[in-house]
Design a protein around this ligand. Structure first.
Ligand code: ATP
Ligand code: MG
Length: 564
């Protein structure tokens, strides 16, 4: 009983789900069918993740199904690579379309037949105006459009021309098929929109079978109808297209009448979420590919180490509304941290090493200590880590002349080495230019395991690795791709790129168990943050991406004192 109450309390409620529930209750439909309809002209981004979680989520919750449909109507921009990437990303997010993978291009024959149907009913005509003339004739928001001189062609002539368009008799751009609706309509989408254009391009799915292609507007609603989609969910910019979709559905012998509901797009701070912009970042090498860990793409976030579970949680928390919104990247990051804190195994690694030599530790002696893999999950167990006379600690964990609130290592001060021993810094070794090259310490043999021997307290616990046993690796640190919270969305958007969004640390050392880490399995380096092995790793070098830093309390103290 309690469980059930809990689950209804946490089940997302939004206007779309309310509509679906209402439709089911009123028996407007016996079954819920949704779809996620990407155009395979780029990789999916976090905005698409919102759409995927919405469509697949509703299907799961209401015992319906969700189709994955490639809206592949524009061969000039679409590629097989994108189709595969889309499938991989949806699957990785945790959703399954079962047998219901479709392509709008599978419906080309049916769509063509419906185009002829419109012509036969005097609802469509072949126009010879150029693209530019069509734009001029269309008018503006304030001015009505005017009729094309070709608008009143006979059915026979239209049919003949349209068939010859299909047969390849005409050059690209010389003719289009347009719906015959109303050039005076207040809604520009209703001013005789183009339904078919000539494109002599090879299509990733249909090859060279076609040289005319339906526009997105003509293909989209009819594809939904063919698939019996009941709730056709899309973002708000398509609200103005709805009258056109309805007009087409009314004027065609379609097997079903999907209903469209619009919700607001996800916008996130410090990035852009338009495929056109993302393509430009990739093509002009401002990033290293679609899965660059700074990209807002699903594949980029996966490579960065964000778990799928965190993206789903994020989508659930931001919800679905009709109002414009800008979500802080920090909010997504907090969802990622919350998830990783639960599941990530802990390891020790030093990113900026400073050597520490324990003078009272015998040269050839070694010790093996027990470390907890995940304090949040006892089932993750324990592991052994090696300890010896020479260690690396983090350079930032030592200050020769520490200010008041710095509690870590300093001359004469005792600190705990995590899971190991209490050590006291006895000497600081420097090179000729005064740089610290090494610290000398003594340890207390009674403190093995990091326990206080006599109730004596230390204020800091530091992470460390044994110099002899540690393995080297490279770390890649990422910051926001765009410096401004809201980067320009115009053509000058590249000016806003954060020049310091990527940094390499090449001299990092980690405990030996890092060798067994897996790509995409994010771990925590104690006190530093979340990290994940990158696919660039090979037998000669190990590479870790920093997924996110932990929230650093000392950095906060510093930031505060700077403000003062
Ligand atoms: P972009 O504008 O980034 O190129 P798009 O809308 O052209 O995206 P599609 O492949 O057509 O990309 O999108 C597939 C589905 O994902 C559509 O239903 C679309 O409404 C939805 N979608 C795209 N971007 C977002 C977003 N930022 N937030 C929510 N849903 C989105
Ligand atoms: Mg689109």
């Amino acid at each position: 009983m309690e469980n059930k109450e809990n689950s209804t309390a946490t089940a997302p409620k939004d206007f779309v789900r309310e509509q679906v529930a209402t439709d089911l209750a009123a028996k407007n439909t016996s079954e819920i069918i949704t779809r996620f309809p990407p155009e395979p002209n780029g990789y999916l981004h976090i905005g698409h993740a919102k759409a995927i979680c919405l469509n697949f989520g509703i299907a799961e919750e209401f015992d319906g199904r969700c189709h994955l449909r490639m809206d592949d109507t524009n061969p000039a921009k679409e590629e097989e690579e994108y189709i595969e990437a889309i499938k991989q990303d949806v699957r990785w997010l945790g959703f399954d379309w079962g047998d219901h993978l479709y392509f709008a291009s599978d419906y080309f024959e049916q769509l063509y037949a419906w185009a002829e149907h419109l012509i036969e009913n005097d609802k469509a005509y072949v126009d010879d105006l150029t693209a530019e003339e069509i734009r001029e004739y269309r008018g503006t928001l304030k001015q009505p459009g005017k009729n094309s001189p070709h608008r009143d062609r006979s059915r026979e002539e239209n049919l003949d021309l349209f068939r010859r368009m299909r047969a390849g008799d005409f050059d690209e751009g010389t003719r289009v098929l347009r719906a015959k609706i109303d050039m005076g309509s207040g809604n520009i989408n209703m001013r005789d929109p183009v339904l078919y254009r000539i494109l002599k391009a090879e299509h990733p799915h249909t090859g060279n079978s076609w040289c005319i292609y339906p526009t997105y507007d003509f293909a989209h609603g009819q594809s939904d109808a063919i698939e019996n989609v009941t709730h056709s969910l899309c973002t708000l910019e398509f609200a103005d297209h709805r009258p056109l979709y309805d007009w087409l559905i009314e004027n065609l012998p379609v097997p079903a009448r999907p209903r469209q509901y619009e919700y607001s797009r996800l916008n996130i701070s410090h990035t852009v979420l338009s495929k056109r912009r993302l393509i430009q970042l990739v093509n002009e090498n401002h990033v290293q590919g679609w899965d660059d860990p700074r990209m807002p793409t699903i594949s980029g976030m996966r490579r960065r180490g964000f778990p799928a579970e965190a993206l789903r949680d994020f989508a659930k928390r931001i919800g679905v509304t009709k109002s414009d919104n800008l979500i802080e990247m920090a909010y997504l990051e907090s969802c990622v941290r919350e998830q990783l804190n639960k599941v990530a195994e802990r390891r020790m690694a030093v990113l900026n090493p400073l050597k520490l030599v324990i003078e009272n530790w015998p040269e050839d002696q070694e010790d093996e200590l027990e470390a907890v893999n995940n304090p949040e999950d006892a089932s993750a167990g324990q592991r052994k880590i090696s300890f010896g006379r020479e260690l690396y600690i983090e350079r930032d964990d030592f200050m020769e002349d520490p200010p008041k609130k710095f509690f870590r290592m300093a001359p004469g001060r005792e600190v705990r080495l995590r899971y190991a021993y209490y050590v006291t810094c006895t000497d600081v070794v420097k090179d000729e230019s005064g740089n610290i090259t090494e610290l000398r310490c003594t340890y207390d043999p009674e403190s093995r395991g990091g326990d206080s021997p006599d109730g004596r307290k230390v204020k800091a616990t530091l992470h460390w690795v044994s110099a002899k046993h540690a393995i080297p690796f490279e770390t890649r640190i990422y910051e926001h791709l765009f410096a401004d919270e809201v980067p320009s969305q115009g053509d000058d958007f590249l000016d806003g790129l954060n020049k310091e969004s990527f940094k390499r640390l090449e001299n990092c050392w980690g405990e030996a168990s890092l060798g067994a880490c897996q790509v995409e399995k994010t771990i925590q380096f104690e006190r530093l943050g979340y990290f994940v092995k990158d696919k660039d790793s090979d037998s000669s070098q190990l590479v870790f991406n920093r997924t996110l830093p932990l929230r650093d309390s000392w950095a906060k103290v510093q930031a505060k004192s700077k403000q003062k």
